[in-house]
Design a protein around this ligand. Structure first.
Ligand code: KIV
Length: 270
């Protein structure tokens, strides 16, 4: 399994870091089999797996449940697990308790938290040994306030994002996820930071990329953000299911190949 130190070395050597979301045993198993460097059990599972409209209904128990399944599917991959809305940003004691619960219950390698206001929390986690990945730019848990708009588009907003990025690094974040920011700003932030910057909708110059499994594989998703490249097509599964439905109805399935046959009374040939 790659470690935080390996990701720092990859940044220094300009070797790109790959990260992909996975939320359960089969998706994590596939991501590990593909050799992807890191798994993110993102709270985007609220939309992709649980059918919510956003991440705001996701609970800590949801994250624990799915992170545990992902760990079983990918025992040898560095897993980052998301702290959902309301679990951080309240008080240090409250926040650290939640981070520790997620970290201990799931055997993940790091937790992720959204927002530039969490520097004290990040430092407190570092003090007790919990690695934190910070998440800046578009932070989906704040959809009710910022929507899904590209961030850092004005001079002031860009400067604030640079400031926040440096602050979370100084507080002890092991990496930064930077979402939906102009590519040139992402480049500046990546160059300024000594920790790996993993981009999503942040251009080519970040130290790595993260995308959502269901987006990449066209797996029961109805929307495609601009930054998503579709690399596979799981939507063909619907055709397979239609064929199954039709073959059962028309008595084409199961054929003998799929049956247990009794050769002699009491003897079963499987
Ligand atoms: O929850 C998630 O999948 C994320 C990514 C969009 C970075 O936070």
């Amino acid at each position: 399994m790659k470690t935080t130190k390996d990701f720092y070395t990859m940044k220094q050597n300009q070797e790109k870091i790959t990260m992909m979301t996975a939320y359960d045993y089969p998706s994590a198993k596939q991501v590990e089999a593909a050799g992807i460097d890191m798994i993110l059990v993102g709270d985007s599972l609220g939309m992709t797996v649980l059918g919510y409209e956003s991440t705001v209904q996701v609970t800590l128990d949801d994250m624990i449940h799915h992170s545990k399944a992902a760990r079983r599917g990918a025992p040898n991959t560095f897993i980052v697990s998301d702290l959902p809305i309301g679990t951080v940003g309240v008080s240090i004691e409250h926040d650290v308790k939640n981070a520790l619960k997620l970290y201990q219950a799931t055997n993940c390698n790091a937790v992720k938290a959204e927002g530039g206001h969490l520097t004290d929390f990040i430092a407190a986690c570092k003090n007790i040994g919990i690695p934190v990945v910070a998440h800046l730019g578009l932070t989906p848990q704040s959809v009710g306030i910022m929507g899904y708009a590209v961030q850092g588009k004005t001079k002031d907003a860009a400067e604030k994002l640079i400031e926040d990025s440096i602050a979370v690094m100084k507080a002890g974040a092991i990496a930064l996820v930077l979402e939906a920011v102009p590519s040139d700003l992402a480049k500046v932030i990546t160059e300024k930071l000594s920790i790996p910057v993993i981009g999503i909708g942040a251009g080519i110059d970040t130290d790595g990329q993260v995308l959502v499994y269901h987006d990449v594989l066209k797996y029961a998703v109805d929307r495609k953000p601009k930054f998503v490249k579709v690399f596979g097509d799981f939507s063909t599964g619907v055709d397979a299911l239609k064929q199954y439905h039709q073959e059962v109805k028309s008595k084409q399935f199961p054929t003998e190949e799929y049956m247990y046959k009794v050769k002699v009374m009491g003897e079963i040939n499987d």
